[in-house]
Design a protein around this ligand. Structure first.
Ligand code: 4FM
Length: 223
């Protein structure tokens, strides 16, 4: 799967893409990720990407020219163009699964007061938000989206870190986890986990997940 990110802050993504399981997947050829500076598609001497809004008022918007140039150059038959902004559709597990089926995602990071409306009308397939808060730009949201989508691709996670164990994979939250030692500063591990009875352990785990979900996120439980 290929990702192309259009941003004014490419350096914000370089470290992220080099590290973690995403970096490993790029090395293994499962993921391709390219970061592009929108300034590369400016045609003026000062490489200007923002401008004052028609109609007046405070703030600046992103000019359409560089964005049209970039997307027209990168877009393929099988691409989806996503604009990351707070007014998009909220990213959740089901949207992540849907996006993981797309061969090529072009991610446009918005900032200032947003992009020119003509970009949204004629270039953007989908607007996505990572949550109801406002960031200074959409570059970290693009990283969040890449991370969440890439880990759904076959071969990205190791066996030890299977998708089946995820929170949300079956609509429930994750488990309480315990590692050694069995007694840490007087705080002990539940006996059942030390019992060696795998059927009992599995039943305990399912019960813990249901309890935890009903306490913390009752909205996730079926009625
Ligand atoms: C802020 C983009 C204002 C456009 C931003 C405008 C964001 C989010 C975000 C910065 N992106 N989820 N939340 N982007 O805050 O995706 Cl107009």
């Amino acid at each position: 799967m290929r990702f192309d990110v259009l941003t004014l802050f490419p350096a914000m993504l370089e470290g992220f893409l080099a590290e973690s399981m995403v970096g490993k997947s790029i090395q293994r050829g499962i993921v391709e990720a390219n970061v592009h500076n929108l300034r590369s598609w400016t045609t003026d001497k000062h490489q200007i990407t923002d401008d004052r809004p028609f109609g007046g008022g405070a703030g600046m918007g992103m000019k359409p020219g560089p964005i049209f140039g970039a997307i027209e150059e990168l877009k393929r038959e099988d691409s989806q163009v996503i604009y990351l902004a707070p007014d998009g559709e909220k990213l959740d597990h089901s949207l992540v699964l849907e996006l993981a089926k797309v061969p090529h995602l072009i991610l446009l990071s918005g900032h200032y007061e947003g992009v020119d409306e003509r970009v949204r009308e004629s270039l953007i397939d989908r607007e996505v938000s990572i949550g109801d808060y406002v960031l200074t730009n959409g570059t970290l949201p693009a990283a969040v989206l890449i991370d969440a989508v890439a880990r759904q691709l076959p071969g990205v996670l190791g066996e030890a870190q299977s998708l089946e164990q995820d929170s949300f994979s079956d609509g429930l939250l994750g488990l309480p986890q315990y590692t050694r030692p069995a007694n840490f500063r007087g705080m002990t591990v539940p006996d059942v986990l030390l019992s060696g009875d795998h059927a009992k352990i599995e039943a305990w785990r399912q019960e813990q997940r249901r309890l935890r979900t009903s306490e913390r996120r009752p909205d996730l439980l079926p009625d």
